[in-house]
Design a protein. Sequence first.
Length: 576
Amino acid sequence: MRPLIIGDLCANVVHAFESQWDAFALCDKLSLHHNEDVALIITRGAANGALVRDMIPSNATVYVWPQNDPLRNGKRAGDEWLKAVCESLCKTVKCVTTPAPFKDLNEWTQRGAATYDQFQCAIEKAQPVSRYEAQARSVGTSLSSLNSPVFSCGPLEDYPDQLAPAAFYGLPGEIVRRIEPHTEADPAALLFQLLVAFGNIIGHDIYIIADGAQHHLNMYGVLVGQSSKSRKGTSWNHVANLLERVAPDWKKDCVTSGLSSGEGLIWEVRDPIEETKPRKREKGEALEYETVIVNQGEADKRAFVIEAEFASVLKVMRREGNTLSPVIRAAWDSGELKTMVKLCPAKATGAHISIMGHITREELRRLMTETESANGFANRFCWLAVRRSKFLPEGGAIQTVVFDDVVTKLKQAIDFAEDFVEVRRDGAARELWRAAYPALSEATPGMAGAVTSRGEAQVMRLSAIYALLDSSCVIRPEHHEAAMALWDYCQHSAKWIFGTTTGDRNADKILRALRHAPNGLTKTEISANVFNRHASSAEIDEALRLLHGLKMANNTIESSDGPPVQRWFFVCEGAN
């Protein structure tokens, strides 16, 4: 038996049902019949949840609609179906609850009780359910009812492996180990935000040189969770509270939020603004001009931008004429900022801007486009998968932890950094760097590869931050290995976040078709079979160029009675 499919499963949103009658009810109520962004898959029976395997792309947001079945032998058929769907997809889904006493959507609709707004509300309130949670639900166990008051979530197959111990080297590792027992936040989130914040505190004067260019130690990162319960904000609060004891002026004056435009970001770290105005003169005197300062600017060029709703940043960047993306890129590269907007005279030199964002995986997949991954915006960020590390029903006891010694060491590291401008590697670290460089420089297919294509620069900056936290102006092997461990986690996180998608709708459709075409497809076949001849030749060519550039598809030339024919093939990951 094969599942019944309505729409194109390459859509951004896929709804999964046990029964076709439930799917028809949703279709009719929300008028989804011609919505290309939404698809429906129906397993035609509670015992067939596993049929969704390999049917739904990893980047889609999946809503599941289990039925309210009665208990039989201690189990519900709907819960078993939900468990099978989660196991087959190996991902967290959004579970939509049909209100009692209705057995399913069809009954809810047939009784005349369901309105358009109620359907929308049910979807908005859908709860994320992981494979682990679905298993617990199928045996009548909830996570909140587990016996231990402190329950570790353990490794979920949907997430990348936990951050390697090497990343928790030195002072930052010691700080995380003290905070970790008293928070539900992910240790990776605590560690990375601490490193980025320290890199901002020490300012713009310190750098490491690569290929003649100075790389300053301002970094960008985004914490990506399955849901709002990933404790992303909690992780920053713990770091911020500690750093307030270390650098109170920085915490008060340099930590900000509200990215909305390039001009606004420049204004945060602007230089003094001068204007030329006519000088006051007596009658009969010649007209003269003078330069006056109309705005004193900002003496402190550091800005640590924390965006708890990074989705809003991606949204404003889509607006025509918005300059945020190029200014963010320039801030990462050099700190020399200006725009060509006539009404914005502000510019900034020596700006030291660091950015931390928080977002759910579903929002990021929906809002991140191929443009951001191609123009270099995305690869200036480190992307980290984070999740709730444990359950603390009574909360932690962070107030009992003594931080006096680590506060002293952090202050010493900041003072130490004031005496140096260039960070270098020692001989042993240089050998490790040479060995790691080819892999860091190698292109990886797909959007995950595009967003991690600055691995060399990211590892350099991280290793220099680890060194300075160790009160060392020389990068030693342990600093390099810590940076490599953290970057390895970022790479695995990118694969978990973006999967094998390209970010381009047409390219993703073609890629999915090529995966199931061992003999390849010609352009004519792609046009007919994939797009029903609704895509232009130029659109198909552009999508194929993208796939070829990302090393996800290649082609051969076949002779024919007419002009030569290109046949396109899917390229497996790791293929030469």
